[in-house]
Design a protein around this ligand. Structure first.
Ligand code: ATP
Length: 275
């Protein structure tokens, strides 16, 4: 493993441990539990850490309650978070009290209130609301690089200098465009294409079809990072689950690009760490 890859060992191990406890919760005594609530466009994720910041449980559900980082179905969002919370509580046989959340950078005046209200209405005592790249970087620990969050409607580019977010941009290209391309190429409805695209077994076949959109995202990344000293790029967000996306982005940007084991789980774990 190269030195650079080794620097992601903490992140990759945390994500692997989290994947395990999503399958099978880790029942062990803890004086306190910290829950990170990530309200995504495609997926709502709850990540639970124990007093030592080790993953003990988690749950996620595909839901249509948030779009482009904004809560579009408040009641639905509360219901999903409350149900996932109850599901984990039953498995751990304990009440989850403390919860934290994240919002897309630059939206604090727009939607932070709605996100806070969802987490509180679902029964958590809200301990923190931070921006998504800052949350992700609690797990990634990048000093000088970029976190590229390819979600549903948008791609967020956050540049970090000495570990702090110094520049943010949000561009209207993301997984929705991938689904539109699949829908056109395979003559499927948008919904069918969306589901087809999420299946890992279809990724090899889909990559050449989706390559032009991935290249467009890479050129957007290039535009935003060109005036910064970006040493590495890390991909997070649901769309980065596409197998092989990281190779196209590495090639087009010429910058080492790391994709965590599961790009959807980095931000919720970072939120839980901030709780
Ligand atoms: P937005 O940019 O719209 O605010 P978000 O950051 O909330 O989005 P995510 O939940 O991170 O969104 O990602 C949503 C996108 O990820 C959707 O387009 C979805 O189809 C895509 N996606 C989710 N899982 C997979 C998968 N396994 N393979 C490919 N794409 C996936």
């Amino acid at each position: 493993m190269s030195k650079r890859e080794l620097s992601y060992e903490y992140c990759d191990q945390l994500v692997r441990d989290f994947e395990d406890v999503v399958e099978q919760p880790m029942i062990r005594k803890s004086s306190v539990y910290y829950t990170g609530v990530d309200l995504g466009t495609a997926c709502v994720v709850l990540a639970v850490l124990d007093e030592n910041h080790k993953p003990v449980a988690g749950a996620y559900r595909y839901a249509d309650v948030v779009r482009d980082g904004m809560v579009v179905d408040y009641i639905g969002a509360v219901k999903v978070v409350r149900e996932l919370k109850q599901q984990i509580e039953e498995k751990l046989n304990t009440e989850l009290i403390y919860g934290a959340a994240a919002i897309p950078p630059g939206t604090d005046t727009l939607d932070a209130g709605a996100v806070k209200n969802v987490v509180q209405a679902a029964g958590f005592e809200l301990t923190n609301v931070l921006d998504e790249p800052t949350a992700a970087n609690k797990v990634l620990k990048i000093q000088n690089g970029a976190v590229v969050d390819i979600g549903g409607g948008t791609t967020g580019i956050s540049i970090l200098k000495n570990g702090e977010v110094v520049y943010i941009a949000d561009e209207a290209t993301g997984g929705t465009h991938f689904s539109l391309v699949v829908s056109g190429a395979y003559n499927m409805s948008f919904q069918e294409a969306e589901l087809y695209k999420r299946e890992a077994k279809n990724h090899k076949e889909l990559l050449p079809v989706l390559k032009p959109v991935v290249e467009k995202i890479a050129s957007i990344i290039n535009q935003h990072i060109k005036n910064h000293n970006v040493e590495e790029i890390v991909l997070v967000g649901g769309t980065c689950c596409l197998t092989g996306i990281e190779d196209i982005i590495t090639k087009k940007t010429g910058i080492y690009t790391h994709k965590p084991q599961n790009p959807m789980f980095v931000t919720p774990l970072g939120i839980a760490l901030s709780c």
